[in-house]
Design a protein around this ligand. Structure first.
Ligand SMILES: [Zn+2]
Length: 251
């Protein structure tokens, strides 16, 4: 299994919602370890305090277009995380998935071809049903697993990077999570969290701390050595789609 540049496995990380505090707390860690980030943005919430009633990150300032452009200029990527972050059903899929793509592309003045399912995977089937007509080429879910080059890019798995999981297991943070599995299968890990904070996570089951983020990156780089491709998810999707086209043409 050969990824770009002959690398044997791939590591990515995404932050849902795109809180401005990423600039204070996560960006320096990314720069230190040379790992690109990615923000999944609610289309109606760029550069404003988050206003998604019921959301646990409500009120937090969201990255502005200029801040997002600064991040993409250093290799970060973006995806659309719906229009308003409600659960997605057949009834609202056109607004939340199809129209949101136009809104976010206009707001950011750049193409957005990845959708990130909001809330939980109950929103996945209705999102998937309209993804192609929306012009998306990929969808990130929160099914927790490793991807491979054969994975359906319209159902990408992500690995939650959290300080402590909810009941009944209360699983503690593991900097090695899925790494050896990814090495063995030539896989692709997409970590996800929201907004790492120093010392104490905003929600232990939705986030890690900045210190845990640094520990994760250190572990990825140390264990990955020369075999790892540190990539932004859109780049990896492009690579997989090209790979599938080549196989199709050859076959
Ligand atoms: Zn979200």
């Amino acid at each position: 299994m050969i990824w770009k540049g002959g690398k044997r496995w791939v590591y990515s990380i995404t932050y849902d919602e795109g809180c401005e505090k990423l600039l204070d707390h996560a960006l320096a860690v990314h720069r230190e370890y040379g790992i690109p980030g990615h923000v999944a943005l609610v289309a109606s919430q760029i550069g404003v305090p988050r206003n998604c009633p019921g959301s646990s990150y409500d009120g937090m300032m969201i990255l502005s277009r200029e801040q997002i452009h600064m991040l993409t200029a250093e290799g970060w990527g973006v995806s659309c995380h719906s229009m308003t972050h409600v659960g997605i059903s057949r009834e609202n899929a056109h607004y939340e998935v199809v129209q949101s793509r136009k809104v976010i592309e206009d707001a950011l003045e750049m193409p957005v071809t990845m959708f990130c399912v909001p809330g939980n995977n109950n929103s996945y089937p209705a999102s998937h049903a309209v993804a192609r007509e929306s012009g998306y080429t990929s969808i990130m879910t929160i099914y927790d697993d490793v991807n491979t080059i054969e994975t359906d890019v319209l159902r990408l798995n992500r690995c939650p990077l959290h300080t402590q999981y909810p009941a009944p297991f209360y699983s503690a943070f593991d900097p090695y999570k899925r790494i050896h599995q990814a090495i063995d299968c030539g896989g692709w890990i997409i970590d996800y969290c929201h907004c790492p904070m120093p010392g104490k996570p905003i929600h232990p089951h939705k986030d890690c701390t900045v210190e845990e983020l640094a520990m994760r990156f250190e572990t990825v780089r140390r264990v990955g050595g020369d075999d790892i491709w540190l990539a932004e998810p859109n780049e990896v999707v492009d690579f997989i789609l090209r790979h599938k086209e080549n196989i199709h043409e050859a076959g």
